[in-house]
Design a protein around this ligand. Structure first.
Ligand code: NAD
Ligand code: GLY
Length: 347
């Protein structure tokens, strides 16, 4: 098992990563769950696979457990489900010292974390992420959200978990499209912060536990410096502005989030390399990485999709933050006019 610390002052927590970690989760959960009511929130795909095991671990840790299951899919990040969870939790006589566990991908993680941050004005949250994307990204750092008809993730809070437990064996049941989706975020970490990670990925020479730990370490260091997304944390949006435009224009779900981000990372780097901002060869490397991990690298008419950026959360007035890679592993962000996105997308 690998263990890392997230050192946000007064909100420190540990991330534990390993094979079959849910089998020994009772020991890790004891400090938080012994003598507490514990609510596991999961979705209709994940609960049948891992619910029983995690319930047993909570009981083994001395917790009094019950589970709530929402229908799998992005639509689960709704105010309706938030209300459902809050009301069920209160009906179970929860107190502020009780515990909520998110067992699932980023959808369950974001929804459950939002609930934990507001029910009784905040109860203990533990993340048990089961997708690659949630293991390398969404379970760490404390962003919570639900979607509204006006857009994705437009309502949420910052609320850090008290622990993150990553059982990498859960990836064995993950559909290939979801693995590829997570790999886009892994490639992102290599591009923005870690050339060696990118090289290892290109050779295909790695243990997934180590890759997840590397990504979590990068995310933790960024969030430690900028918990509330005012500066450095924006680096995590590499490829995301154009990616969101693709998702928005093509209709959410047509391209997975990871696929859209891959297109975004390739497009912006092709442009920045042509513009002399990025070291030669960087675009080719990002493109090769995306191809190797079954991600698209191009979409026709990307420039025609950039109007969607007007609704992007990262926009402020006519400006929007974009992330540029100087060379593999070295990145920065800057505010540009939204109109520039169209030129970037043209390549
Ligand atoms: P997801 O939670 O919808 O999971 C993808 C699919 O895989 C779902 O059908 C789910 O039921 C299924 N699944 C999950 N684990 C499984 C397993 N081990 N075996 C089999 N099936 C499994 O999607 P996701 O990609 O994990 O997360 C996407 C969400 O994360 C989006 O809502 C996005 O906005 C959010 N997100 C949040 C942050 C953050 O910092 N909070 C960062 C990135 C993304
Ligand atoms: N995934 C973006 C962030 O956590 O800031």
């Amino acid at each position: 098992m690998l263990s890392l610390d997230v050192k946000i002052p007064k909100k420190e927590y540990k991330i534990h990563i390993g094979k079959k970690l849910f089998d020994e989760a009772d020991t890790l959960l004891k400090d938080f769950c012994c003598g507490k009511k514990v609510c596991i929130v999961s979705d209709s795909n994940v609960f049948p696979l891992y619910g029983e095991k995690v319930e047993a671990a909570v009981k083994g840790a001395g917790g009094d457990v019950f589970s709530l299951v929402v229908k799998a899919g992005e639509e689960a990040k709704s105010f309706e489900n938030l209300e459902y969870l809050c009301r069920e939790i209160i009906r179970h006589d929860f107190t502020r010292s009780d515990v909520i566990i998110a067992l699932g991908g980023g959808v369950v993680g974001d929804l459950t974390a939002f609930c934990a941050s507001v029910v009784l004005r905040g109860v203990t949250l533990i993340q048990l992420p089961t997708t690659l994307l949630s293991q390398v990204d969404s379970s760490v750092g404390g962003k919570t959200a639900v979607n509204i008809p006006e857009g994705k993730n437009l309502v949420g809070t910052f609320y850090q978990p008290k622990m993150v437990l990553i059982d990498t064996d859960t990836l064995k049941t993950l559909p290939p499209r979801e693995v590829a989706c997570g790999m886009a975020e892994v490639i992102k970490y290599g591009a923005i912060r870690d050339k060696k990670l990118a090289e290892d990925l290109l050779r295909g020479d790695f243990e997934i536990e180590n890759v997840i730990a590397t990504c979590c370490r990068i995310k933790a260091s960024i969030v430690e410096n900028d918990e509330h997304d005012k500066g450095e944390r924006m680096l995590l949006n590499f490829g995301h502005t154009l990616g969101h435009a693709v998702e928005n224009y093509t209709g959410y779900g047509t391209y997975s989030h990871g696929a859209a981000v891959a297109i975004g990372m390739c497009a912006i780097t092709e442009w920045s390399e042509k513009s002399g901002i990025t070291e030669k060869g960087t675009y080719a490397m990002i493109k090769k990485l995306c191809e190797k991990y079954d991600l698209p690298t191009h979409i026709d008419n990307l420039a025609g999709m950039t109007g969607a950026a007007m609704h992007d959360k990262k926009r402020s007035g006519s400006k929007i933050s974009i992330v540029l890679v100087k060379s593999m592993g070295d990145s920065y962000y800057e505010k540009v006019d939204v109109a520039l996105l169209e030129s970037i997308a043209k390549g």
